[in-house]
Ligand binder design. Structure first.
Ligand code: AMP
Length: 614
């Protein structure tokens, strides 16, 4: 497919707010694409070059893009900047400049795959002089595209090509492409949960149909979407609901999914990574020490292997051929034997001075699940059995240990453990059904969390809200440029964000400063298409989806202005018809390391609302 034809499709997608239309356009686009290019097309229309867990970063800032455009189309940089000020989008500036350009190097039209390959090459260029080379290569590439093609191509290195949909919509389009309905969407989504790479999934479907997708299973080196926990209002209800269950401490650290693949006679036992390695050779951060390949993924599926050399070394010593483990890392003070607060643990998530911080802030990794062992997936194995196998792993106890785990059958015992863990400075408890499979990406009652915040007044849990925009600051806040922000929750049925709170309290001066720093690169001129916001809540500045924060509040209430869950069946819970839900007295707790689509969902908010009513 020619890039200009692809760009016309992106324009259609950009100009509609109807999800049904988006699904139709995408299904048609996927149908028209060849087997070789369809994966690349999937990544590109999500504004990426690879699945989220392969970090292919351009490191191209807006300032660099101004240079690229100036160089590409022979226009002075200050002229580019002033056009940018007027239009507010570098893609549109690029399109205009390309339209006016009459100079040399203008090309006809490239194939999508050619553009993709060149973008990947540019992204992977690193080291001395790479910034200069990137400017030149991008400039040459843009000159070869049509004006409309340039609009979209220029936004990709900036990370600004969000067309109002995510993987969720793309999966629906895939089902439509094969003439399927709800069942097919469910099936594809299940596969996506264990292989979160739409590019790969669409390629398999193109080649072998849905039948072929059945063969797709867990793969070492590809993260599985983590299982998630539900909430319940009281300990009695938890006991009633779960039947036979185990209690583990809920630690407030960083979730790590650890993959280990040992070699036997120099050959990795499971070597499904080959094709990916080829593609991401220079970028991939897999550690290949003699015979043991370890990769570590964060909860949002980032490859964080390089940040935890101490964990890599400990995992390499495990006496197994291959394994995937789920656990929580928490910083620890060996002198006082105390766990450190979340903010301290977060300091281990860094790209530089890794070894120094590892020495300053040693970790304990509490493993709480085993998803794959010696070449076999354990996802369907009951948790009680997975736990038994985990305990046999011979963990060193210094860094790697199994999370404490106690079988419980009464609210009294549960309360005792809860009090114990709280007294140790932990967050609460996780209650897990012993007969449950590991359901990747699912939030259900196989796991129930009960946190300190659930005791007494307030919400049963905090809410992870997407920061959608902010309001200018007055008085004391004027110095930060922000007075309050608008937070939203995710509606996966509609693949959009709905508002739940305007938050102006809970932030220290330092947090306001951090807020300003974090939102800067996310600012966009107009309200993103996937935001559903009432007129009364229009922001002074809009932000593209990127920042998720944890919010506490007193309760969930009905709201005439907020759009969360509006139109859904909250009526039976007593909410007024047509009202949405909102948070009363919302306050910021902290910044979260989550993807926008991992924000709390409208269903969860409805559930919290119902819990309050009982
Ligand atoms: P939340 O982020 O509040 O939904 O809680 C789920 C998170 O708790 C998981 O993503 C883990 O990072 C963390 N966690 C801490 N301890 C455990 C445990 N024993 N089992 C599962 N998750 C845990």
């Amino acid at each position: 497919m020619k890039f200009s034809s692809f760009a016309r499709c992106l324009r259609e997608l950009e100009s509609t707010a109807s999800r049904k239309e988006m699904v139709g356009i995408l299904a048609e686009l996927l149908k028209r694409s060849s087997e070789e290019e369809v994966g690349k097309i999937c990544y590109l229309c999500l504004g990426r070059l690879a699945p989220v867990y392969r970090s292919v970063e351009f490191n191209v800032a807006e300032k660099t893009m101004l240079k690229v455009l100036s160089f590409s189309f022979g226009v002075r940089e200050d002229e580019v900047r002033s056009r940018y000020k007027k239009l507010g989008d570098l893609g549109s500036v690029a399109e205009l400049l390309r339209g006016e350009y009459r100079g040399a190097g203008r090309g006809g039209d490239l194939e999508v795959a050619e553009v993709y390959n060149e973008l990947l090459r540019i992204a992977r260029d690193s080291g001395a002089g790479s910034q200069e080379r990137k400017v030149h290569s991008l400039a040459a590439l843009l000159r070869k595209l049509s004006p409309l093609g340039v609009r979209y191509c220029a936004r990709i290195p900036l990370g600004q090509l969000r067309l109002g949909f995510s993987d969720v919509t793309l999966i629906e389009a895939l089902a439509v492409m094969v003439g399927g309905g709800k069942e097919e969407v469910k099936f594809i989504r299940q596969k996506f949960n264990i292989r979160p790479d739409v590019g790969e999934i669409v390629r398999v479907i193109k080649l072998h149909g849905l039948e072929g997708l059945k063969e797709v299973g867990v793969e070492i080196g590809t993260p599985i979407l983590p299982a998630l926990a539900e909430r319940m209002p009281t300990m009695e209800k938890i006991v009633e609901k779960l039947g036979e269950f185990a209690v583990e401490p809920k630690m407030d650290g960083i979730r790590l999914q650890i993959h280990l693949n040992k070699a036997v006679n120099g050959q990795p036992l499971v070597d499904s990574l080959e094709s990916q390695r080829e593609l991401f050779n220079e970028q991939g951060s897999k550690k290949e020490s003699p015979g043991a390949l370890v990769c570590i993924f964060s909860r949002r599926l980032d490859d964080v292997t390089d940040m935890f050399p101490d964990v890599v070394a400990a995992v390499q010593k495990l006496p197994v051929d291959s394994a995937i483990m789920d656990g929580e890392a928490i910083a620890y003070n060996p002198d006082t034997e105390e766990f450190l607060p979340f903010q301290e643990t977060m300091k281990r998530k860094r790209k530089y001075n890794v070894a120094q911080k590892a020495a300053e802030l040693p970790l304990k990794v509490f493993l709480f699940d085993l998803l794959f062992l010696n070449g076999k997936s354990l996802l369907e194995t009951a948790f009680g059995e997975r736990r038994r196998l985990l305990e046999k792993l011979v963990l060193d106890g210094n860094l790697l240990m199994a999370a404490r785990h106690t079988k419980v059958n009464s609210a009294r015992k549960l309360k005792k453990l809860f009090d114990l863990y709280i007294s140790e400075g932990l967050e609460g408890v996780m209650c897990k059904r012993l007969d449950s499979p590991y359901q990747a990406g699912a939030r259900n009652f196989n796991w129930v969390k009960y946190k300190r915040s659930a005791e007494g007044v307030g919400l049963p849990d905090t809410v992870d809200g997407l920061v959608m925009g902010y309001y200018a600051g007055r008085g004391q806040r004027a110095k930060f440029g922000v007075g309050a922000f608008l937070a939203g929750v995710f509606n996966p049925q509609k693949d959009r964000f709905e508002t739940i709170a305007k938050v102006g309290t809970g932030l220290t001066d330092d947090q306001w400063r951090e807020f300003s720093r974090r939102v800067g690169p996310l600012e966009v001129k107009a309200k993103p298409a996937e935001y559903c916001v009432a007129k009364e809540l229009e922001c002074d500045a809009w932000l593209r989806p990127g920042l998720v924060v944890e919010i506490d509040a007193d309760e969930v209430t009905c709201s005439p202005v907020h759009t969360a869950a509006r139109g859904l069946n909250i009526v039976r819970t007593g909410a007024e018809n047509g009202a949405g839900l909102s948070l009363r007295f919302p306050r910021l707790v902290r910044f979260r390391d989550k993807l926008p689509e991992e924000a709390t969902t409208v269903e969860e908010i409805m559930e919290m609302y119902r819990m309050q009513q009982t």
